[in-house]
Design a protein around this ligand. Structure first.
Ligand code: FIX
Ligand code: ZN
Length: 372
């Protein structure tokens, strides 16, 4: 077996702990999205469809029901063009994994397949096919639908861990009380916020992290609603100054920070910050970075600068079935970067070394931070 094959085998076998998703455990009912219509109306594909079909006004697209939107996406990106983008290729990977034809002219066969699935079995099958043992959700108590479920005493599947999202909660009048309340109710594994530029969070957030021994996740570099006509597909990116992150890590050595950056230009600086501060854990290739070429490049850079002490990827899946492609594709890029780094070692690694490193990178380190 070649070195590349040995590494691929170890990476494929390593269980994933997925540090950031937008998935919901089956106990959340309709909030748990799955199936071909959800896959095709993923906002990445909506943006690509509206780009490919400039005569289709976003308003006209969004006025249609979900199945009609999915038909438009299928026609634009899979029938009249080849699914070459990462998000489109991902749908093809998922369909093929279920024995469906990614080159079908329409969605009849795929819809019939998903309609016949029972949700409990589907969740088991997807997690197995994706090699995912645990994941973090994104939980926002300001969302009325989600809030009502938590208030009714919902207990999620133990593989789906809560992560308390602060993007909107941060504006609460009595933030300290809200944090206490929702930490008690959700038992989150970390607190999280997405921002454009980095600034210090309110004191109550850092206090809560200390008191409950919870990491604080910062997702940096998103510029919301650059094109508001595209709705959730309309966000953009900018490179930002990470000096405030250094200050935050230096001033709060007893708080652990999970950090991902959206701009490719920020990837290197984040590695440098993490070299200086062990309480900063770089994670994932977020959103516009979630492409095979950038995952390989980013993982190489992180291995070169940090060794195996980071989390190479998270899925950011919004639709359960996406776990299959996001992890199959990411595993390939991570294995490729690892193979190149092992190839630079004067003595080839043993299988035990490869397995240890693969397990740490795919799930071990994320599992420690998530206590999963
Ligand atoms: O802020 C986030 O967690 C982002 O991942 C989302 O807002 C974004 O829409 C997304 O799904 C990216 O993958
Ligand atoms: Zn996300």
């Amino acid at each position: 077996m070649t070195l590349a094959e040995r590494v691929a085998r170890a990476v494929d076998a390593a269980p994933v702990v997925d540090l950031h998703t937008h998935l919901f455990a089956p106990q959340f009912g309709a909030m748990n999205l799955w199936g071909v219509d959800e896959l095709l109306t993923y906002h990445y594909l909506v943006a690509e469809t509206l780009r490919a079909e400039p005569k289709l006004a976003p308003e006209a697209f969004f006025a249609r029901d979900k199945a009609a939107q999915a038909d438009l996406v299928w026609d634009a990106l899979f029938v009249r063009r080849s699914p070459l983008s990462e998000a489109a290729a991902g749908v093809a990977t998922v369909l093929a994994a279920f024995g469906l034809d990614p080159a079908a002219r329409d969605l009849r066969e795929a819809r019939a397949f998903f309609a016949a699935r029972r949700v409990e079995q589907h969740v088991e099958d997807v997690l197995r096919l994706a090699g995912v043992s645990a994941l973090a959700m994104t939980n926002d108590p300001t969302d009325p639908e989600e809030r009502a479920l938590w208030e009714a005493g919902l207990a999620p599947d133990p593989r789906f861990h809560a992560a308390l999202r602060l993007d909107r909660l941060i504006a609460a009048q009595d933030l300290r009380a809200e944090l206490t309340r929702w930490i008690a109710r959700m038992r989150p594994r970390y607190l999280a916020i997405s921002v454009n530029e980095v600034s210090a969070p309110p004191r109550a957030v850092l206090d809560a992290c200390r008191e409950h021994d919870l990491p604080f996740a910062m997702m940096i570099g998103v510029r919301r609603a650059v094109n508001p006509r595209l709705g959730v597909a309309g966000d953009g990116v900018s490179a930002v100054d990470l000096t405030p992150l250094e200050r935050l890590a230096a001033e709060n050595p007893d708080v652990r920070f999970l950090v991902t950056t959206l701009a490719r230009e920020n990837t290197h600086t984040l590695c440098v910050v993490a070299r200086k501060f062990a309480n900063v854990l770089p994670f994932g290739c977020w959103w516009f970075m979630n492409n095979p070429s950038l995952i390989e490049e980013t993982t190489m850079m992180r291995l070169e600068m940090l060794g195996p002490t980071f989390v190479p990827q998270h899925s950011d899946a919004r639709v359960l079935d996406q776990l299959i492609y996001k992890w199959r594709h990411s595993r390939r890029s991570i294995a490729s970067a690892l193979t190149r780094r092992y190839g630079a070692m004067p003595v080839p690694p043993t299988d035990a070394q490869i397995e240890r490193d693969a397990r740490a990178l795919l799930g071990g380190i994320a599992g420690e931070w998530l206590k999963a």
